[in-house]
Design a protein around this ligand. Structure first.
Ligand code: PLP
Length: 640
């Protein structure tokens, strides 16, 4: 970056660099002091902004230090409202003859406080839940008490699952069993006859439509779930045979998550409506059309049909769905069904932010050494390397880089053969880095960058060590190359001058972040600020509310992070509405079957033996055991 740019840097430059307003969806912005803020609207329509630094500082003072997962309850409420209101508007504007009933798929974030908040914020919209397992059904039944909300049961269902649902139906809950495989129909019929309850049955169909995006294997002929048209007709005949066609009420499909292209959404609805109309024709009761999930989140803010983005707004999604249903069903004279969607990602992604601090950095620059002078008597290869570095100019970047690389590698191989000393090799590495950095600087001004040197800025970028585990907190970065928005949450009024990638504190080379949102295209490095001695440098990873928490694992025994839920009030003040301390070391050890009490006992014996053998005093034993116990109950992450 040019000196001029560094001096004139403003918050606006940071907003643009990190794309905050592009992916922030109106929820995230930054203030004049260079801190990222969360913005919420109160019931009177006024908006308030709260600095994430203020939230983080307050939490740390209360003993909930970094890494810290922030859940901003207002954003969860706001997204549920946006989805419901947007469908309500589309229904009204298009003159659609029925209502929208959303359900939140519990698998996307099963955490109790999230599900409770969804149930509470969703009550006024009759927003329900989707359960994909017995455990999720039990969770759903514990938070929903509204008989207008729906509970949609997907996934493989055994008798116990179905019986539980049927009993809940007796209590007035609206339970739908979605048949995923042909064999399930029989189980449902058998349980329903035994319990004497008329079940609400849905059919999940495999659509032929293929979608773009990462999850395109969820759709199409080879999709794991759902019934083909032959299975569907067999099911209809079976239900008719048992005089239960009036129980077949719902048609479901799920194209896959994060569908970036609106055209695919539309194609899916059109195909599903054909099935829907024909099931009505066959004599099924119907009344509900469930489009599954797929509503995407614009993680990179590009508004394109790229994997981590979407080329449509929520309003467009709703209007397209409503119009597509009307367009197909009206011509067949079929009544408009209740529209159900199972949007998970779009509902919860915004509400969570992972905050973490940077512990240290590595730079690929010469290290200060005593005796760095390369002199007459040094090995010829070192002298050659020095010449190559001294002759670097804008005109010979490629050539001098090749030379420097060649002589450095020669020195490395001489070292292997014992022909240069460790100190000489260190001098050579330093010289090479000095030359490479010089070349990188000159590249900034070069009109054309030679192909072989295009990767140089990445190769020389810093490594910033982050106090967190990608595997625990951001598993999709590791598993599916997800790109999340990432930015410092403060110092945004200063120019970031270091180009870096991020490594976590697991000792795994996959525990890193090296793909970032860029102004135009994805970047392999991110511009960050220099660390200051007496100040934490805090970064936020945004839009992490969907899928990350339960998919995370205990790699290297880094456990759950601290979590605080924040509620911002109508006057702009905020509360820490819920706090959960992250796993202690004793917690994570118990997860892998150690018994902390037993471990302590063994360590105590070790210490006692040391006292006996005169290695330590009894007082020292006390101190040592104290350290051990404190460690055991402490946080699994780096503590300052
Ligand atoms: C995972 C899943 C969803 C959620 O999808 P999102 O894209 O997160 O909205 C909905 N329905 C079913 C059946 C699913 O498997």
């Amino acid at each position: 970056m040019k000196q001029q740019q560094v001096q004139d840097w403003t918050c606006e430059d940071s907003a643009e660099l990190y794309g905050i307003r592009n992916w922030g969806a109106g929820y995230f912005d930054l203030n004049d002091t260079g801190e990222i803020t969360v913005r919420v609207e109160n019931s009177a329509g006024e908006s308030h902004s709260v600095s994430l630094m203020d939230i983080a500082r307050g939490a740390t003072e209360r003993g909930l230090g970094l890494p810290l997962l922030l859940r901003i309850e207002n954003l969860l409420d706001a997204q549920i409202a946006r989805i419901n209101q947007s469908f309500a508007r589309a229904i009204e504007d298009c003159g659609y003859g029925n209502v929208f009933r959303g359900v939140f798929p519990i698998k996307v974030n099963q955490q109790c406080q999230v599900i409770e908040e969804i149930a509470s914020a969703g009550r006024r919209f009759n927003h329900g839940l989707e359960a994909g397992s017995k455990a999720e059904l039990i969770a759903a039944l514990s938070v929903l008490d509204n008989t207008e909300s729906l509970i949609v049961c997907n996934g493989y269902k055994d008798e116990e699952f179905i019986n539980l649902g049927l009993q809940a139906q007796r209590l007035g809950m609206q339970i739908f069993f979605v048949v995923e495989t042909p064999s399930e129909v029989e189980t449902i019929i058998r349980c329903a006859e035994r319990e004497q309850v008329r079940p609400n049955i849905g059919a999940r169909v495999k659509l032929a439509s293929k979608v773009g995006g990462y999850w395109n294997a969820t759709s199409g002929d080879r999709s794991i779930f759902g019934l083909g048209s032959n299975d569907l007709i067999a099911m209809v005949d079976q239900l008719r045979h048992h005089d239960m066609l009036d129980c077949l009420k719902l048609l479901h499909y799920h194209l896959g998550s994060q569908v970036p292209n609106i055209r695919d959404i539309r194609t899916g609805v059109l195909e599903a409506c054909r099935y829907y109309a024909d099931l009505v024709e066959e004599g099924a009761a119907m009344g509900y059309l469930d489009l599954g999930g797929g509503l995407a989140v614009d993680y990179d803010g590009s508004k394109t049909n790229y994997t981590h983005s979407k080329n449509y707004s929520l309003d467009e999604y709703c209007v397209d769905v409503v119009e597509a249903i009307m367009g197909t069903l009206d011509s067949e004279g079929v009544a408009h069904p209740v529209i159900i969607t199972e949007s998970g990602r779009a509902t919860v992604a915004y509400s969570s932010v992972l905050l973490f601090d940077i512990l240290d950095t590595t730079r690929f620059e010469p290290v200060e050494l005593e005796h760095t002078k390369i002199a007459e008597g040094d090995h010829q290869m070192l002298l050659n390397l020095q010449d190559a570095v001294n002759s670097i100019s804008a005109k010979n970047l490629q050539e001098s880089y090749n030379d420097a690389l060649y002589y450095r590698d020669e020195v490395r191989s001489l070292y292997l053969h014992g022909q240069v000393s460790l100190r000489e090799r260190a001098n050579a590495e330093n010289l090479f880095l000095q030359g490479a950095q010089q070349i990188r600087k000159l590249l900034d001004e070069a009109e054309e960058v030679p192909v072989d040197l295009q990767a140089l800025p990445e190769v020389l970028s810093d490594i910033y060590y982050a106090n967190m585990s990608v595997f625990q907190s951001l598993p999709d970065i590791w598993a599916i190359d997800q790109v999340f928005p990432l930015a410092p949450i403060h110092r945004l009024d200063e120019a970031p001058t270091r180009s870096a990638i991020i490594a976590d504190i697991t000792c795994d080379c996959d525990g890193k972040i090296d793909r970032f949102i860029g102004r135009q295209e994805e970047q392999k490095t991110l511009l960050l600020h220099d660390l200051k001695d007496e100040e934490d440098y805090i970064l936020g990873t945004f839009l992490v509310g969907a899928y990350q928490e339960t998919l995370g694992d205990l790699h290297n025994l880094f456990g759950d992070t601290n979590v605080v839920s924040v509620r911002i009030h109508d006057d702009g003040s905020f509360d820490y509405s819920r706090e959960i301390h992250g796993d202690s070391i004793s917690d994570v050890l118990s997860y892998v079957e150690y018994r902390p009490q037993e471990l302590f006992e063994r360590f105590r014996k070790l210490a006692e033996r040391a006292v006996k053998e005169g290695r330590i005093t009894a007082q020292q034993r006390k101190q040592i055991l104290h350290t051990y116990t404190a460690s055991m109950s402490g946080y699994t992450y780096f503590e300052k």
